[in-house]
Design a protein around this ligand. Structure first.
Ligand code: C2E
Ligand code: CA
Ligand code: CA
Length: 313
C-alpha cells in the first residue's frame, strides 16, 4: 500500500531562499509522518524545536544504548484488596549529560523512526530479564513497541531471551497497544498464541483510546487489559468515565481477563476504581517508577508477592 505525507512551507514568511524553504517544508513533512499517513502539515516555528531535539536524540541514541545510559525503572501494580504488590512494570529512563532527562515517549519514537528500535528493545529486554533475578517470584511487564511486535522474528527473539536468562514460566509479561494488533490481525493473533505457548503473558495497554472493538478481544490470548490513564484522570470530573470503566471491567470479567487501572493519583480515584471492581491499580498514589534497588526494598518490606495464577497463558 502506498501512502503520502505532505509538508508545506510558504514564501516568504518561512524563508527567503530555496534551501531554507525546503528545509522547513521537510520539518513539516516529519511532523506529518509522525501523525500517521495521509496528513499534510504547514510549517510552524514550534515544530523546529521538536525536530532539533529529535535529531539530538537520534545522534546520541546509539551511544546511549552502548554505554548503558538507558536504565530501567520499575513501578509496582497493586492488589487494592490486600494492599500488596501483584506485579511490576518496567519503564525506560534516559538521562543525558547535555540534554537532561529524555522522556521515553520521545526516545522510543526516535528509535522507531531511525531504525534503532531493535537494538534498544534488545537492551531493554536483556536488562529486565537480568533484573528479574533480583525480584524472584514477581511478574514483570515490559512495554513492546508496535514495530518490535510486528517483526517476523519477534517470537523467536523472546524464546531465545527466556532460555538465555532462564526466566521462570509465566513471569514475563509484555504490554502492547492496539497499534500492534491492527496492522495485521491474523498475524497478531498467531503471535499472541505463540507467546502464550512460551508461557509469556500479554497485556493490552492504553485500552479504550484506540479502535477498541470488544469483538476482537474474544479472539485474542490476552491476560490483562490496562485502562488508559485518560479515563482515570476524568473519573472525578466527567460523569461518563464511571460507566465506561464499568463496561470495561464487565468485559474483562466475562472473558477472564484481568483489569488494571493506571495513573491512579488520588484516594478518591482509588475508591471509585475499587468499587467498580478493577482487579489491580497502578499510579503515583501507591508508588512512582523507581530504580531496582528501591523496588527490592519495597518488595522485601511486603514479604513474598501475592501471585494469583492467571487464567490465560
Ligand atoms: P505507558 O506504558 O502507558 O506507561 C505509563 C506511563 O504513566 C509511564 O510514563 C509512567 O511513569 C506514568 N505514570 C505512572 N503512574 C502515573 C500516575 O499516577 N500519574 C501520571 N500522570 N503518570 C503516571 P513514562 O515512564 O514516561 O512512559 C511513557 C510511555 O513510554 C509508556 O507509556 C510507554 O508507552 C513508553 N515506554 C516507556 N518505557 C518503555 C520501554 O521500555 N519500551 C517501550 N517500547 N516503550 C516504553
Ligand atoms: Ca505500559
Ligand atoms: Ca498505558
Amino acid at each position: 500500500k502506498i501512502g503520502v505525507s505532505i509538508g508545506l512551507a510558504q514564501y516568504p514568511q518561512h524563508g527567503e531562499t530555496i534551501a531554507r524553504l525546503t528545509d522547513r517544508a521537510d520539518t513539516a513533512l516529519y511532523a506529518s509522518k509522525d501523525q500517521g499517513r495521509g496528513i499534510y502539515t504547514l510549517f510552524e516555528h514550534s515544530l523546529e524545536g521538536e525536530r532539533q531535539l529529535e535529531q539530538h536524540v537520534q545522534n546520541k541514541l546509539r551511544d546511549a544504548i552502548a554505554n548503558g545510559d538507558i536504565k530501567m525503572h520499575y513501578q509496582p501494580i497493586f492488589n487494592p484488596g490486600s494492599g500488596r504488590v501483584n506485579s511490576v512494570e518496567a519503564l525506560a529512563r534516559w538521562t543525558d549529560d547535555a540534554l537532561g532527562v529524555i522522556a521515553p515517549s520521545t526516545f522510543i519514537k526516535v528509535a522507531e523512526s531511525s531504525g534503532h528500535i531493535f537494538e534498544l528493545s534488545g537492551h531493554i529486554l536483556n536488562t529486565v530479564c537480568e533484573d528479574m533475578k533480583r525480584m524472584p517470584g514477581v511478574r514483570v511487564a515490559v512495554n513492546i513497541s508496535a514495530q518490535q511486535f510486528g517483526r517476523a522474528d519477534f517470537v523467536q527473539t523472546v524464546a531465545d531471551l527466556l532460555k538465555r536468562h532462564k526466566v521462570p514460566v509465566g513471569m514475563l509479561m509484555l504490554e502492547i497497544t492496539e497499534t500492534s494488533l491492527l496492522k495485521d490481525m491474523d498475524r497478531a493473533k498467531a503471535t499472541l498464541e505463540a507467546l502464550r505457548g512460551l508461557g509469556v503473558h500479554v497485556a493490552l495497554d492504553d485500552f479504550g483510546v484506540g479502535y477498541s472493538s470488544m469483538g476482537y478481544l474474544r479472539q485474542l490470548s490476552l491476560s490483562r487489559l490496562k485502562i488508559d490513564i485518560s479515563f482515570v484522570r476524568e473519573l472525578t470530573t466527567d460523569d461518563r468515565s464511571i460507566p465506561i470503566i464499568s463496561a470495561m471491567v464487565a468485559v474483562g470479567k466475562s472473558l477472564g481477563i484481568q483489569i488494571v487501572a493506571e495513573g491512579v493519583e488520588t484516594v478518591e480515584q482509588r475508591k471509585i476504581l475499587e468499587r467498580i471492581g478493577c482487579d489491580y491499580l497502578q499510579g503515583y498514589l501507591f508508588a512512582e517508577p523507581a530504580p531496582l534497588d528501591d523496588m527490592q526494598t519495597l518488595l522485601k518490606a511486603q514479604g513474598a508477592p501475592s501471585q494469583k495464577p492467571l487464567k490465560r497463558a
